[in-house]
Write a protein that binds this ligand. Structure first.
Ligand code: V47
Ligand code: SF4
Length: 392
């Protein structure tokens, strides 16, 4: 049971914090105007989004974003029970921020899993209450559409109840072009095999100049957005990410969020928005310093305020580290992704604090409860499975 009284008290405190902002003589008028808009449920313009990055202090952003998140989710924070399969880290693309991939010409240094090996990973979770498998990896020229359709079919045959979320727009764009299929034909074929939703990777920053610096050779913004729009048309929900803290400026971040907000207005097919912090170890952008935790919190809070048609803002704890992830819960975040074991390597290879990213359900619930929120297990499409509370 949710402690309704406790939730009401929290929201009253949030309202008081907002009233303080409106009365505080130190806060400039344009920021007060933004606060008024948030209270009145009005959409922020791109200029206002940029102003929040330039002038919004942490206390101000925290009060506003927590107010919005509490209104939407009644103090609940979601997680799911999932595991990852990373079929290969061999990749034909050359994203400069990537610590994980090995180029095809050095494929001996990477890994390539067979269908049987991937099914063995699925079987490891037999009898466990996981609800989702997240499949994502490099773009290997020999792992084609047929290969992945066979994989999905076999996973579904073994475990029909497991939701299959898989393949970034980057992987799909390559597979469909190679198979000479349109996006719709390719996605329909995968859907028929059992694919149910798409993760949000590959979006990075949509701006062409920045994309040319960090990931020049993979699918562009238009292609990424087209694949997600088509998935939504086929009733496959998807996620959206933004890689921040490298060469982009505030206007690039807001432009990125705005393009996603526009597509969401059209389709309402996105489940959540996931800002991903650039980690700088072992990649060709290691010369760039990582942004501070303060900047992380600002990004999450401003995402919550700007992305008014996204119900969920997710902090991916294996990349942020669990302490920063916990802090984001006071800055608009209402989802911490899942209980993941060491099958995900993208972030440990890029320098995350989480070298073996594994958290039990109990660990995750404690982390959420210790931040004053209510842990709720969800499925991939945010149906509630169980509300956890030590007060029950
Ligand atoms: O697109 C790669 C990012 C993404 C680095 O949809 C890096 O539920 C930081 O999208 N520093 C792939 N980030 C992972 C992804 C994802 C993760 C968790 C949940 C979901 C979801 C999606 O990882 C890539 C890229 O943006 N990435 N290297 C790095 N050095
Ligand atoms: Fe390949 Fe993805 Fe790494 Fe880019 S981020 S090099 S597409 S694995």
């Amino acid at each position: 049971m949710i402690d309704q009284n406790n939730s009401n008290v929290t929201q009253l405190n949030n309202v008081e914090a907002l009233q303080e902002i409106l009365l505080n003589s130190r806060i400039e008028k344009p920021l007060k105007d933004i606060a008024e808009k948030i209270i009145n449920n009005k959409r922020l313009s791109q200029e206002e989004g940029i102003l929040l990055f330039e002038k919004g202090e942490l206390g101000y952003l925290g009060a506003l974003s927590n107010y919005v998140a509490t209104n939407l989710h009644n103090n609940k924070v979601y997680f799911n029970r999932n595991f990852h399969i990373e079929p290969t880290n061999v990749c034909i693309f050359t994203c400069n921020f990537c610590s994980y991939s090995r180029q095809y010409k050095h494929k001996d240094e990477g890994w390539e899993l067979s269908i049987e090996q991937m099914l063995d990973i699925v079987k490891k979770y037999d009898g466990q209450a996981v609800t989702e498998v997240h499949i994502v990896g490099g773009v290997h020229p020999k792992m084609n559409l047929e290969f992945f359709c066979e994989l999905i079919e076999k996973i579904k045959a073994h475990r029909p109840d497991l939701h299959i979320k898989g393949f970034t727009a980057v992987e799909l764009d390559y597979m469909f072009r190679k198979a000479n299929l349109t996006i719709e034909e390719g996605l329909q074929k995968m859907k028929n095999s059992g694919l149910q939703s798409l993760p949000g990777g590959g979006a990075e920053i949509f701006d062409t100049e920045i994309r040319n610096i960090i990931c020049a050779d993979k699918v562009d913004a238009k292609g990424w957005l087209q694949i997600h729009e088509t998935a939504h048309k086929l009733n496959m929900p998807t996620n959206a990410t933004m890689l921040y803290g490298h060469t982009e400026n505030y206007a690039h971040r807001i432009d990125h969020m705005n393009r996603l907000r526009e597509l969401q207005d059209k389709t309402n097919g996105f489940n959540c928005f996931i800002p991903l912090k650039f980690r700088n170890q072992n990649n060709d952008m290691s010369y760039i310093k990582e942004v501070s935790v303060i900047e992380d919190l600002k990004v999450y809070a401003i995402s919550r305020l700007f992305m008014d048609n996204f119900k969920n803002i997710k902090a991916y704890w294996p990349m942020l580290g669990r302490q920063t992830a916990q802090l984001t819960l006071a800055f608009g975040v209402n989802d911490l992704d899942g209980t993941i074991d060491d099958t995900t390597k993208i972030y440990s290879m890029a320098g995350s604090e989480e070298q073996i990213p594994s958290m039990s359900t109990e660990d995750l619930c404690n982390l959420i409860e210790n931040s004053g929120k209510i842990p709720v297990e969800r499925d991939t499409i945010y149906n509630e499975i169980k509300i956890y509370s030590s007060k029950n």
